[in-house]
Design a protein around this ligand. Structure first.
Ligand code: IMP
Length: 192
């Protein structure tokens, strides 16, 4: 059994990742580890933010931990919102404001290709490891669905017939960037 602290305060990410965990792993969210801090994400690369989050928690706990940073990368917007996905419409913006800004910038644009990219940083026995998961898809012209979080209502993965926000968690897991990155992490730990 491998026990890992998951360095996030995002309840949606915790729920998604808990839904993937098999019997050989125990994932402890920060709250359950008794840690209540806002972890900074000051960098302009997903990898650097993931490292900062994992390292912050590792220094506090000295226990194996991982973090993830995710961005929505839209081709026609030169990869934006990317690493700024959480605060695209401003420092205190919410999901609706971020979606509104994306939709307005995408008005009239035909190329709607985009991808979610998740980078996981694992700190295990004083070593740092990275895992990446990508989900390619398209940006819709209107919001569709109520499930999920963040940009889920305006993203439809390639090969799917509905938006992430119209999927159950299990359905989203069949396509998701986060699932792909976590699968690599589980496979890596399974080989140790
Ligand atoms: P961060 O990784 O916590 O910095 O999140 C980046 C931003 O991307 C946040 O605004 C999230 O809401 C959004 N985001 C992250 N993962 C997903 C996802 O799976 N679906 C939709 N939006 C997401």
């Amino acid at each position: 059994m491998h026990t890992l602290i998951f360095a996030t305060n995002n309840r949606n990410k915790v729920a998604e990742i808990q839904s993937l965990v098999g019997p050989n792993f125990e994932i402890i969210p920060l709250k359950e580890a008794g840690i209540e801090i806002d972890i900074p994400e000051p960098h302009d690369q997903l990898e650097a933010n993931a490292l900062e989050k994992a390292m912050t928690i590792f220094k506090m706990t000295n226990q194996a931990c991982f973090s993830e940073d995710t961005g929505l990368e839209i081709a026609a917007l030169d990869g934006a919102p990317g690493v700024k996905s959480a605060r695209y419409a401003g420092e205190n913006s919410n999901a609706q404001a971020n979606i509104d800004l994306v939709l307005s910038k995408m008005t009239g644009i035909e190329n709607r290709s985009a991808q979610f990219r998740t980078v996981i940083c694992l700190i295990w026995k004083n070593q740092t490891y990275y895992f990446e998961g990508i989900c390619k898809g398209q940006i819709l012209t209107t919001m569709q669905g109520e499930n999920g979080f963040g940009y889920d209502p305006i993203f439809i993965p390639d090969g799917a017939s509905k938006s992430f926000a119209n999927m159950t968690m299990d359905e989203k897991n069949q396509f998701s960037h986060r699932k792909k990155a976590m699968t690599q992490l589980f496979e890596f730990l399974g080989t140790l």
